[in-house]
Design a protein around this ligand. Structure first.
Ligand SMILES: [Cu+2]
Length: 153
């Protein structure tokens, strides 16, 4: 099922990106007014830039292997750290430090999970029991909030 789909995945991501951008950029619905500029400040006008597609960066080979409870911060519509390398059996714990809601939703790999949307001060945690790569994102802000967890034995 995942053998022959790169083109589809790209198209799909681009779609996600386009709709995500459109809705969050032009809406005037709730709060979140000026807190979004940080990462990639306004391109031209259309905003259909392939460079902002979620990339799921990988941890550098030299990254230390963490274990126990590994903390990840959701801050400024970004993930920190976004590419931790952890030992099997670790607990990953996300905390939201933003005034807007986020979620943690797996997008492929050795674990499957999906949190609810949670607001400032909210947390979500999972335990990783299988070695391999996990990709996840906040489905509300997928272009700037996508991350990778590498689980090693
Ligand atoms: Cu988010």
């Amino acid at each position: 099922m995942k053998r022959h789909l790169p083109a589809v995945m790209i198209a799909c991501s681009a779609l996600l990106l386009a709709t995500g951008c459109g809705s969050s950029g032009s809406s005037s619905s709730t709060g979140s007014s000026s807190t979004k500029a940080t990462t990639s400040s306004t391109p031209t006008s259309g905003g259909l830039k392939p460079t902002t597609t979620p990339k799921y960066a990988s941890p550098p080979p030299s990254a230390p292997v963490q274990n126990g409870v590994v903390q990840i911060a959701y801050r400024n519509i970004a993930i920190d750290p976004d590419t931790p390398k952890v030992k099997v059996g670790s607990t990953i714990k996300w905390t939201n430090y933003d005034a807007v809601e986020h979620n943690v939703t797996s997008e492929g790999g050795v674990a499957k999970f999906a949190s609810k949307n949670f607001g400032e001060g909210g947390t979500y945690e999972i335990k990783v029991n299988k070695p391999g790569i996990i990709h996840y994102e906040c489905t509300i802000h997928p272009t700037s909030m996508n991350g990778t967890i590498e689980v090693v034995k």
